[in-house]
Design a protein around this ligand. Structure first.
Ligand code: HSE
Length: 449
């Protein structure tokens, strides 16, 4: 039976995502009503610039007073798509206090204050849904929170930032350097004027925190996520990767330790074999691998950003929350009962690809190998290519090594077996101190094997 009294929705933010949410709510109104069991009505839209013309939105609904809107008392669901920490956090909390459930796309806020927001929702018997906060349109939160609730997730490995994937894909396919690829991403609208959040990995780290928390039933905050950006990835790194049969991706990796007693979450660029499905994720697409005990390996793929895809995820949550409301129930809240410790990056077990410029003379290889052995890191492969130093080369060496040296120089590429990240870091530090190591050209983890 269709209820005739509509459920009222307040929209906070009417930018790229919010305007799409409003548009779909209008154009699909009849279908949404059938799916929910009651009509949904846009009851107010909070914006910063009220004078801006917003096609399809009744100007009478537009307000700059978001607080008054969420305090109205007749609002059933608040959709928060303004992003950032404040005023979003206060508005969401106020919405719960005044009887509304919340659908949010706010990854930064969820990664920082998810526990407190869940607690506030629980205290007031309301829903907090946020499918759109991670990987845009790709269903990921609901599969982890509901479909896999009976399984044990051991690993989540994914590309969760489209901007950086676009840049890295460009570098891979065209041989471009980082800046050139970033410039193209900016010109095409993939990268923002200030790309820091994307290229330094903050965006992906927030998503990793959210995914790890849900996957491992453990609170994982943004500060728990080890983060390295991708601004230092070079065209030379891509050439090295190709020689290994790999490409380079900015990965978010959330893992349960082998003994199951702790978890880790990290974001950094890594080499990944071309045979791995994530290697073929092109352009601005996202993809996430979930490995669980019973289900095995699952891959989720699709558009991870953009107004319409993100609005799709918001609308899915809106339907779910409205259904819950009509049924007098709420969906799953926070599940953090496992409360596993989040280990530091040094405890991660991974492989390294290290390119060194070394003096090409007897004993150097043995010296380098000894450093690896002393740190308990087992070498998988070593590849050396020698080159005689011309006068120009010597000048370069003098600048880098602080003194004129005799003889040739060689490029040494070492790929390790799996080892503790702390041991690998220690190895690299010790290598840098060797007189015969004239430079560490690149260090990259190798994942997905
Ligand atoms: N800036 C993000 C990306 C989308 O490039 O994937 C929003 O999280």
């Amino acid at each position: 039976m269709m209820r005739t009294r509509p459920l009222k929705v307040a929209l906070l933010g009417c930018g790229v995502v919010g305007s799409e949410v409003a548009r779909i709510m209008t154009t699909h109104a009849d279908d949404l009503a059938q799916r929910i069991g009651a009509p949904v009505e846009l009851a107010g839209v909070a914006v910063r610039r009220p004078a801006k013309v917003r096609e399809g939105i009744d100007p009478a609904l537009v307000t700059t007073d978001a607080t008054a809107l969420v305090k109205r008392g007749d609002i059933d669901v608040v959709v928060e798509v303004i992003g950032g920490i404040e005023p979003a956090r206060s508005l969401i909390t106020t919405a719960f206090e005044h009887g509304a459930s919340v659908v949010s796309a706010n990854k930064a806020l969820l990664a920082q204050d998810g526990a407190a927001l869940h607690a506030a929702a629980g205290e007031h018997g309301r829903d907090l849904y946020y499918e759109a906060a991670v990987a845009g349109a790709i269903p990921l939160i609901r599969p982890l929170r509901e479909s896999l609730a009976g399984d044990k997730v051991n690993r989540v490995l994914g590309i969760v930032n489209g901007t950086t994937n676009f840049i890295l894909d460009k570098m891979d396919t065209t041989g471009a350097g980082y800046q050139e690829a970033l410039d193209e991403a900016t010109a095409l609208g993939y990268a923002e004027a200030d790309p820091t959040a994307d290229v330094e990995g903050f965006d992906a780290a927030a998503k990793a925190a959210i995914l790890a928390g849900i996957a491992f039933h453990t609170r994982v905050r943004l500060d728990d996520v080890h983060r390295e950006g991708m601004t230092e990835v070079t065209a030379a790194d891509f050439r090295s990767a190709k020689e290994m049969g790999c490409t380079i991706k900015l990965l978010a990796i959330c893992e349960r330790a082998a003994d199951g007693a702790s978890v880790t979450a990290r974001v950094h660029p890594a080499m990944i074999p071309l045979s791995h499905p994530l290697a073929s994720v092109r352009g601005a697409y996202n993809a996430v691998f979930v490995e669980s005990e019973a289900a095995g390996r699952l891959m989720f793929y699709g558009p991870g950003a953009g107004g319409s895809p993100t609005a799709s995820a918001v609308l899915g949550d809106l339907v779910a929350v409205c259904r819950n409301k009509l049924n007098g129930t709420t969906g799953p809240g926070e599940s953090a009962y496992a409360a596993l410790p989040v280990s530091p990056m040094g405890d991660v077990v991974t492989r390294y690809h290290i390119s060194l410029d070394v003096a090409d003379k007897p004993g150097v290889l043995a010296q380098v190998a000894t450093v690896f052995a002393e740190h308990g890191v087992s070498i998988d492969t070593v590849r050396q290519s020698g080159r005689n130093v011309s006068s120009g080369g010597e000048a370069a060496i003098e600048q880098g090594g602080g003194g004129r040296r005799e003889g040739g120089e060689a490029s040494l590429v070492v790929v390790t077996h799996r080892a503790l990240d702390a041991a690998l870091t220690g190895t690299v530090e010790a290598l840098r101190k060797l007189d015969t190591v004239r430079g560490v050209a690149s260090i990259m983890r190798v994942e997905g094997e």
